[in-house]
Design a protein around this ligand. Structure first.
Ligand code: PEP
Ligand code: MG
Length: 569
C-alpha cells in the first residue's frame, strides 16, 4: 500500500514499522469484588515495570551520559515507591475500584501537587511520575509498551511528533526512518532528523498504520510504502544504493573550497544544536558554524543550565572550530520549543507570542547568564553573537546594550573577553523591510527563512495542512531576501541564510545569486551544495536571481531554475 506525505528529510529508510502511541491511556472506572486480587495485579505491574526500566537502562548505558542514565534511576524509585503503593491500596480497599483506576487517581494527585510547586526541579518530577505511572497503568491493562531504547532491529518509527526528550533515545543503528502526523519541513523534529541523516515524512495519519509491517519510506518525495512487493523492495534497495553512492561522491569534496566555477567564494557552514554536533561539522567539512541553536542546551536538560555549564558548551564549540566563524544564537525559546521547568503564561498564539528575544527580555536573568557564559567563552575562538526574532531596531539595540554592559562588567572583574560581532536574525518581514536602517547598527544579518516564510505567509510552520505555503522560492520571499542583501552590501556587512532553505541546491544557487555570502545548513548537506556550486558561474547566478525577482509565482521560479540547471550553464 502506498501513501503520500510531506517530504521532510531525504534518504531511503527500510524497516519494520512501529507506532508509538504517546497519548495517555484513558482509564475507565471499574468496580471490583476481589480486593486481594487487585493488590496482586498491582504488585505484578510494579515488578514488570521495574524489569522494563532496568532493561532500557542496560541497553542505553553505552550511548547515554551518566546524567541521562540517572533519569532511569529516578524512574525505578517511582515505580517501587511504597507511598504510592499504600495510597493505591487504600483507594482499592475503600472504594472497591480496580488497581488501574486507583493508580490513575493517585498519579493525578501527585502530578498536580508537583506541578503546583514553584521549584523547577519538582515540576520536572511531575513528568517523571506521569511517565512511570503510564507505564504501570499500561502493564496493568495489558497494553503493549514500545520503548525506543529496546528497539534492536531496523525500524521505521511512526509517531505523532517527536519530543526533544525522545531525541536522545534515537539509536540510529536501528531507527532507519521517521513518519509523523505533525510537523512541517522546518519543525524542530525535522531539523533533528536531518542532522542525524534520518529520512523523515510528515503529515500522515500515523495512528491508522499497522505496527510490525515491512515498510519503506522515501524522504525525498514523501512516499510511504507498507508491505512492499518484491519489485518495490528491489527498486528502493537500488535507490538506497544510489543514494549511498552519491554520498561517496560527495565526500570527494572534503577539503575543497566552496566556490563557483569562476572563483566566487562563499562560506558553507553548519547548523548545530549541541556541542556534540561538532562531530558532524568535522565529518562534513563545514567552514564554521552558522547557527548554534542554544535552546537545545535548555531543552535537553531538567533545569536551567548554569552559567558554568553553558560556558563549557560554548567553549567546546568555539575551540573545535579554531579561527573559523561560530555564530551562536541566544535562546529562542517559545513557539514549539517550551521548557517544562519554565513557567510560561498560556498564549493563544505562541508563535506570535513571547518567543525568542521577547522571552529573553522577560526573563532577563536567564538572558544575562547566557551572555556572560558566551562572552567568557569568546577567548576560545571566533565568536559572533546573534539575536533571534528581532522585529524592530529598538529590540536589537536593547539586546546589544545588555551584551555591552556585561562585557564591561566582566572586564572590570579582569575577565578576558575577545572581540566579537553582534548580528541579528532576519526572520520577521518587518526587519527585512527595514534592513537598510538596521544595517546601520548590526554587524551582520542571518536570514531565518523558516520563520521568515511562516510570518510572511501567515502560515504556521507546524501545521501540515499549510505545507503548500512553505514556498522558499516565492518571489515575495526572494524580494525580502534581496532587500537584506542589498542593504548589507551598501553597508559593507555580510549576510547569511540559516533557515532550512539553504540546504537545497536549487535554493542555494538562487541565494548566492541574490548576494548571500554564507549558507548555514544541516552539516550533512554541505558537500552536496559545494559540489553543485562548482558547476556554475557567479555572474550567471546573479542574472538568474535578477530574472527570478521579476516573476510572479514560485512555480515560475522553480521552472526557471530547473531549466538553468538542465542547461548546465
Ligand atoms: C529560522 O527561523 O529559519 C531559523 C533558522 O530559526 P529556527 O528554525 O530555530 O526558528
Ligand atoms: Mg527562527
Amino acid at each position: 500500500m502506498k501513501y503520500k506525505g510531506t517530504p521532510i528529510s531525504t534518504g531511503i529508510g527500510i524497516g519494520n514499522l512501529i507506532f508509538i502511541d504517546t497519548k495517555p491511556v484513558l482509564v475507565k472506572t471499574q468496580k471490583i469484588s476481589n480486593i486481594e486480587s487487585e493488590f496482586v495485579k498491582f504488585d505484578l505491574a510494579v515488578s514488570q515495570s521495574i524489569q522494563q526500566i532496568e532493561n532500557i537502562k542496560e541497553n542505553a548505558k553505552d550511548r547515554l551520559s551518566n546524567e541521562t542514565l540517572e533519569i532511569f534511576d529516578a524512574h525505578l524509585m517511582i515505580a517501587g515507591d511504597s507511598e504510592i503503593k499504600s495510597k493505591v491500596q487504600t483507594y482499592i480497599k475503600d472504594e472497591n475500584i480496580s488497581a488501574a483506576y486507583a493508580l490513575n487517581q493517585v498519579a493525578n494527585e501527585y502530578i498536580e501537587m508537583f506541578l503546583a510547586m514553584d521549584d523547577a526541579y519538582f515540576k520536572e518530577r511531575a513528568l517523571d511520575i506521569k511517565d512511570v505511572t503510564q507505564r504501570l497503568i499500561k502493564n496493568l491493562l495489558n497494553i503493549p509498551i514500545v520503548d525506543l531504547e529496546s528497539i534492536d532491529e531496523p525500524t521505521i518509527l511512526a509517531i505523532d511528533d517527536l519530543t526533544p526528550s525522545m531525541i536522545s533515545q534515537l539509536n540510529t543503528d536501528y531507527i532507519k526512518g521517521i513518519i509523523t502526523r505533525m510537523g512541517g519541513k522546518t519543525s524542530h523534529s525535522a531539523i533533528i532528523a536531518r542532522l542525524l541523516g534520518l529520512p523523515m515524512i510528515s503529515n500522515l495519519n500515523v495512528e491508522t498504520l499497522k505496527s510490525n509491517t515491512k515498510t519503506i519510506i522515501d524522504g525525498s518525495n514523501g512516499t510511504l510504502i507498507i508491505e512492499p512487493t518484491d519489485e518495490e523492495l528491489a527498486f528502493y534497495l537500488k535507490l538506497h544504493e544510489d543514494y549511498l553512492h552519491e554520498q561517496q561522491e560527495m565526500f570527494k569534496w572534503i577539503g575543497k573550497k566552496s566556490q563557483t566555477k569562476d572563483g566566487h567564494e562563499v562560506l558553507l557552514v553548519a547548523n548545530i544544536g549541541s556541542p556534540s554536533d561538532v562531530a558532524y561539522t568535522e565529518k562534513y567539512d563545514a567552514e564554521g558554524v552558522g547557527l548554534m541553536r542554544t535552546e537545545f542546551l535548555f531543552l535537553d536538560s531538567n533545569d536551567f543550565p548554569t552559567e558554568e555549564e553553558q560556558f563549557e558548551a560554548y567553549k567546546t564549540v568555539l575551540q573545535s572550530q579554531g579561527d573559523k566563524p561560530v555564530v551562536i544564537r541566544t535562546i529562542d525559546i517559545g513557539g514549539d520549543k517550551v521548557l517544562p521547568y519554565l513557567k510560561m503564561e498560556h498564549e493563544d498564539n505562541p508563535f506570535l507570542g513571547v518567543r525568542a528575544i521577547r522571552l529573553a527580555f522577560k526573563e532577563l536573568e536567564l538572558f544575562k547568564t547566557q551572555i556572560r557564559a558566551l562572552l567568557r567563552a569568546s577567548v576560545y575562538g571566533n565568536l559572533k553573537i546573534m539575536f533571534p526574532m528581532i522585529a524592530i531596531k529598538d529590540e536589537f539595540l536593547k539586546a546589544k546594550s545588555i551584551v555591552l554592559e556585561i562585557k564591561d562588567e566582566l572586564l572590570s572583574q579582569n575577565v578576558k573577553v575577545n572581540d566579537f560581532e553582534i548580528g541579528m536574525m532576519v526572520e520577521i518581514p518587518s526587519s527585512a523591510l527595514m534592513a537598510d536602517d538596521l544595517a546601520t547598527v548590526v554587524d551582520f544579518f542571518s536570514i531565518g527563512t523558516n520563520d521568515l516564510i511562516q510570518y510572511t505567509m501567515a502560515s504556521d510552520r507546524m501545521n501540515p495542512h499549510l505545507s503548500y505555503l512553505y514556498q522558499p522560492l516565492n518571489p515575495a520571499i526572494l524580494r525580502l531576501i534581496n532587500m537584506v542583501t542589498s542593504a548589507s552590501k551598501k553597508h559593507n556587512l555580510w549576510t547569511g541564510v540559516c533557515g532550512e532553505m539553504a540546504s537545497e541546491v536549487q535554493n542555494a544557487l538562487m541565494l548566492i545569486g541574490l548576494g548571500v555570502e554564507e549558507l548555514s545548513m544541516s552539516p550533512a548537506n554541505i558537500l552536496k551544495v559545494r559540489m553543485a556550486l562548482a558547476k556554475y558561474n557567479y555572474k550567471d547566478l546573479q542574472a538568474l536571481a535578477q530574472k527570478a525577482l521579476t516573476l510572479s509565482t514560485e512555480h515560475d521560479i522553480i521552472m526557471l531554475i530547473d531549466s538553468f540547471i538542465e542547461k548546465g550553464e
